[in-house]
Design a protein around this ligand. Structure first.
Ligand SMILES: [Fe+2]
Length: 432
C-alpha cells in the first residue's frame, strides 16, 4: 500500500460507493437461499461475503480510527473475521454455511450502517491513515466480488438443477443452451513472442494503489524467453485428454499425480460427459464443448497446467517473465465489466504480440508465492492480509473474466495452493 492514498476524500467516497453498490448488484440474481450455500470448504456463502466486506471497514477503519464509533453488533467483530488472528478469534471457515443467523436483512442493515459511518468519516476531513485503509477496503471488497462469483459458480454446479447465474434473454429462444456467441473469431494458430533477457524491474511502480506483496520493486535477471501469444484453448486441452493426459504419470509432478489418483481427475473442473461429448458448466449455464473450442480452458489446478505444458513440449512462465512481458504490453482485457462472465477467444491478428495477458483467466506461473527481497508486511494486524500465506502456494497473474477492472495491474500477484481448481485459472505456455 503506498504511503498516501492518491484519492481526495471526495474521489474516494465515489470509489467507495461504486464498489459497495457493485457487490450488491452481483447478488441481484441470487435468492436468499442461494446466498447461504458453501459448496467447498475454501469457498464462502454470498451472505458471508456481504457481511465480511462490511466487517473489514468496521474493524480496520471505523473501530480503530473513528472516535466514538459504536459497533453495529458486539458479536460481529469475531463472527465475520476471516483469518486475522491478532484481531479476534473466528469461527471455523468450513462452517460459514451454518450462519443462518444473522439473517440476510440484518446483514444488509449492517452494510448500510457501515456505509453511512464511512461516508460521515470521509466528510470530516479524515486523517491520511483513514484514507489509506478505506482505499485498501475498496480493493478488499473487489477481491471478494470476484470470489463471490467464483463461489456461486461452484455452488450452482453442485445443485442438481444446475441454476444459471446469468441467463440469456428471452429473445434468444429456448435453444437448450445459451446462445452466447462463443466461437466468434476462430482460433489463431499458437505462436510465441520472444522477449529479451537481461535485468528487469519487477514490482509495483508509481503512486497508485498496490498490495504490500507487490513491493519492493526490485531487479530480476531473466534469460531470453518466449510466451505463447494466447491462452491454451478448450479444444487444445481436449486433445491432451484424448491423448491420455490424465493417465500418463510421466507428464505430472509427483504431488500432481497423487492428486489425479486420489481425486479421480479426468478433465478440468466443470467439464462433464466424456471425450467427444464434453459439456462445460459456466455462469452462463451449461455449454457444449463444441461451442467453446476456441475459448481459453480454465478451472485447472497448477498441476494440470504444468502437465499440459510438459505434454506440449513447453513450460509455464515464471511470474517475473509474465510481468516483464505484461508491463510492455498493457491491453484492455475481458474483465467482469464486459458482462460476459466467460473467457473469450483470442482475436485473430497478424500482429506478433501476446494477447489475453489481462482478463479471461488467471494464468498459473511456475513461481512459488514468496516475499520480494526486502518485503515488509503492512504494520499491525493488516500485516496478516498477504504475508502469512507465503508458504505452499503458487502465483497466478493477469486477472480473469470475473475480475473488477480497477483491481488488476501488471504487478498484481494472486496466489493459491497448487491443487486449487475452482478459480478461473488457465494456461499460458512459455518456451526457451
Ligand atoms: Fe477478506
Amino acid at each position: 500500500m503506498p504511503a498516501t492514498s492518491v484519492f481526495s476524500p471526495l474521489d474516494l467516497a465515489a470509489r467507495f460507493r461504486a464498489a459497495r453498490r457493485q457487490t450488491l448488484a452481483l447478488c441481484a440474481p441470487l435468492t436468499a437461499e442461494d446466498m447461504m450455500v458453501q459448496s467447498l470448504p475454501e469457498a464462502s456463502p454470498a451472505k458471508w461475503h456481504l457481511a465480511h466486506t462490511a466487517w473489514f471497514f468496521e474493524s480496520f477503519v471505523l473501530g480503530q480510527l473513528q472516535s466514538g464509533y459504536e459497533l453495529f453488533d458486539k458479536d460481529f467483530p469475531w463472527l465475520f473475521n476471516s483469518y486475522y488472528r491478532s484481531f479476534a478469534t473466528f469461527p471455523e471457515k468450513r462452517l460459514r454455511a451454518s450462519f443462518s443467523r444473522p439473517g440476510l436483512d440484518q446483514v444488509l442493515r449492517y452494510r448500510q450502517y457501515v456505509d453511512e459511518a464511512i461516508e460521515r468519516l470521509l466528510a470530516e476531513d479524515p486523517q491520511p491513515e483513514a484514507l489509506r485503509r478505506i482505499e485498501l477496503g475498496v480493493h478488499h471488497e473487489e477481491q471478494h466480488q470476484e470470489l463471490l462469483l467464483t463461489d456461486i459458480l461452484h455452488a450452482f454446479f453442485t445443485n442438481p438443477l444446475k441454476p444459471v447465474y446469468k441467463a440469456e434473454t428471452a429473445a434468444n429462444g429456448d435453444s437448450g443452451f445459451p446462445r452466447l456467441q462463443v466461437r466468434d473469431q476462430g482460433r489463431p494458430a499458437l505462436r510465441f513472442q520472444e522477449f529479451p533477457g537481461g535485468l528487469h524491474e519487477i514490482g509495483h511502480a508509481g503512486q497508485g494503489f498496490c498490495f504490500d506483496n507487490e513491493l519492493p520493486r526490485h531487479r530480476v535477471w531473466l534469460e531470453p524467453y518466449a510466451l505463447a501469444e494466447r491462452l491454451v484453448t478448450c479444444a487444445e486441452f481436449a486433445q491432451f485428454i484424448a491423448d491420455g493426459g490424465y493417465r500418463r504419470p510421466e507428464l505430472w509432478l509427483s504431488d500432481g499425480w497423487n492428486a489425479v489418483e486420489s481425486r479421480g481427475w479426468q478433465a478440468p473442473l466443470y467439464w462433464t460427459g466424456e471425450p467427444g461429448n464434453w459439456r462445460l458448466f459456466t455462469l452462463r449455464g451449461e455449454i457444449p464443448l463444441a461451442a467453446m473450442e476456441d475459448v481459453p480452458v480454465c478451472h485447472l489446478s497448477l498441476y494440470e497446467a504444468d502437465a499440459y505444458a510438459r505434454w506440449a513440449g513447453c513450460r509455464l512462465p515464471t511470474e517475473f517473465e509474465w510481468e516483464a512481458a505484461a508491463a510492455t504490453q498493457p491491453r484492455p482485457g475481458n474483465l467482469v465489466d464486459s458482462g460476459r462472465l466467460l473467457p473469450s477467444a483470442a482475436a485473430l491478428s497478424a500482429e506478433n504480440a501476446a494477447q489475453q495477458l489481462v482478463g479471461d483467466c488467471w494464468e498459473w506461473t511456475a513461481s512459488a508465492y514468496l516475499g520480494y527481497p526486502g518485503f515488509k508486511p503492512l504494520p499491525g494486524t493488516l500485516g496478516e492480509y498477504n504475508g502469512k500465506f507465503m508458504s505452499g502456494q503458487m502465483v497466478l497473474r493477469g486477472g480473469s473474466c470475473v475480475t473488477p477492472p480497477a483491481h488488476i495491474r501488471a504487478s498484481y500477484r494472486n496466489f493459491f495452493p497448487p491443487e486449487t481448481r475452482w478459480q478461473f485459472s488457465g494456461i499460458r505456455l512459455a518456451s526457451l
